[in-house]
Design a protein around this ligand. Structure first.
Ligand code: SAM
Length: 244
């Protein structure tokens, strides 16, 4: 059976790579590198830096993978994702056939960790391959570390969710971490919160803002818009901690 290493590379800083990830990089013959639209040049740059810096005297091949655009979800979000995953799976099946000849090992460099809002493992489940997962530092860990905070309060749960879900309402009995927030949900959620916000965590463009949401909301909206315009893309994550 073909062997695929799914390697978490951390969310932005090449220094986030673990020793286990470096070892795994040096076992891969062919890296499959998805091209994902707007952020692609920044992400590609990080991946190239990681390969050049951590692979030691070993020949490897990289194969770019065009990611088809997902059709607009309308009211069928799951249906559109499922259709998109089927197309991606077929594409990967063909690429593995072509590039993983003999006993060549394939590899994916997954931003952050593969267990958090990433499709790679779901796609590999649909294929007849043996998968080994190497964990990485997620954006959530990077956020907590850069603000110097613990994510949870003593004995309390924390919800990880998306901007889309946050717009529908957040639970009032736990704190929440929001990822994938195209809608800037923090500017709309009702309630009294402290926010710990981070954009481009681990990179030289990193921006951090924290404080009472009502006081810093406009500052974040403004910094976010300016940074997005300057860089052409943005990735941000934040913890909303209820004020009691
Ligand atoms: C598709 S998810 C992937 C998460 C990733 N697998 C992880 O472990 O962090 C992408 C979202 O993660 C968050 N994110 C990833 N990297 C980030 C970074 N360097 N700074 C801020 N947020 C980041 C953003 O919310 C972004 O929209």
């Amino acid at each position: 059976m073909r062997r695929i290493l799914v390697i978490g590379i951390g969310a932005g800083n090449p220094d986030y790579l673990t020793v286990q990830a470096i070892d795994a990089l040096n076992r891969v013959d062919v890296f499959f590198i998805p091209d994902k639209g707007e952020e692609k040049s920044a992400l590609r740059h990080l991946r190239e830096e990681i390969l050049a810096r951590f692979i030691d005297k070993r020949a490897y091949e990289t194969v770019g993978v065009d990611i088809p655009r997902r059709r607009a979800a309308g009211d069928d979000y799951r249906g559109s994702v499922d259709e998109w995953h089927a197309a991606l799976t077929a594409n990967y099946g063909n690429l593995f056939e072509r590039h993983l000849t003999g006993d060549k090992v394939g590899g994916f460099l997954v931003w952050g960790d593969p267990m958090l809002y990433d499709s790679t493992l779901l796609l590999m489940e649909r294929l007849d391959v043996e998968v080994e997962v190497i964990p990485g530092i997620t954006a959530v860990q990077a956020l907590a570390a850069r603000h110097g905070i613990a994510l949870n309060r003593i004995g309390e749960p924390v919800l990880l969710t998306t901007g889309r879900k946050a717009m529908l309402g957040l639970p009032d009995d736990m704190d929440s971490v929001i990822l994938l927030d195209g809608e800037q949900a923090f500017a709309h959620v009702p309630g009294d919160y402290d926010i710990f916000w981070g954009a481009y965590l681990g990179t030289k463009e990193e921006i951090l803002v924290s404080g009472r949401l009502a006081d810093v909301k406009d500052e974040i909206v403004d910094k976010r818009a300016k940074a997005r315009a300057a860089n052409g893309w943005i990735m941000d994550t934040y913890l909303l901690r209820r004020r009691t």
